[in-house]
Design a protein around this ligand. Sequence first.
Ligand code: TRP
Length: 336
Amino acid sequence: MTLFSPRVFSGMQPTGNLHLGNYLGAMLNWVKMQETNECIYCVVDMHAITLWQDPKALRQAIRDVTASYLACGVDPKRSIIFNQSQVPEHAELAWVFNCVARLGWLNRMTQFKDKAGKDKEAASVGLYVYPNLMAADILAYKATHVPVGDDQKQHLELARDIAAKFNNDYEVEFFPQPEPMITGPATRVMSLRDGTKKMSKSDPSDLSRINLTDSADDIAKKIRKAKTDMDALPSETAGLKARPEAENLVGIYAALSSKTAQEVLNEFGGGQFSGLKNALADLAVEKLAPIADETKRLQSEQTYVDSVLAEGAARARAIAGPIVRDVREIVGFIVS
Ligand code: TRP
């Protein structure tokens, strides 16, 4: 077995604002990981255009997401931060993977079915081969660890299958088997309006999510207006079963305070929701308002943000360039 040195790669799409779910499910973990690992964090703009994006809004969203990465504490000295389209090796390796992955594999991808909706004939071809590009993102760096939400597990399985088939077909031990890391203090943050749906940037109700750019007043208001049920809070976590809104608010409080759900219930169990909501509003404002302020500050520093992305792209390319050059060699192209 070839040993691959550990390298972390992850990415987010620049479509809409980042929200509390991204923060607790991903960003906190990204920030922690860079303490002990080589980390590469990508703004996946090429994935974004698998669905229609207005060009002006896309360019803005790339900068906004980058500002959020930085405001959350991703450190451009330690980690590589860049946008995908500035490193052409992603597209090049994705083409090779289009020729490695099988139609049958892609036909099983559940996210394509969800995103394409009823009229599959009208979906872009890019949306269909989206997972091949994602595999290229990861494997262009021979990344070994990939922090993702549980909705991306199937895509990561595909990346592992592509890596294995490439190695097998060309009789090399070239690509590692990247491992998903489904971590973060809260991997499932739910909508504040409906505890059975994930918090999402595409929910039409802005009250359903806390954006990482929301003001202190908005944060507090959204938590006070969050949906609840009629009962008092339980004293044991078992009592949260079948009470999705209670479970969500307790989970968010736990994640923001680095406590367990049971510790939160030791404090608030038996009480009404208002007690938990007041404390949660204060805590969320304390943790998130400074991030919102810093994000807004960085949004007005376009030259700086663009320079972070340019420098990140150069560093990324220094890693991906030689790897993709080897791929050209392996598949039988002429490398000059
Ligand atoms: N598909 C991922 C998502 O929507 C984003 C993504 C693209 C990604 N390329 C990646 C995540 C590579 C991890 C690694 O969440």
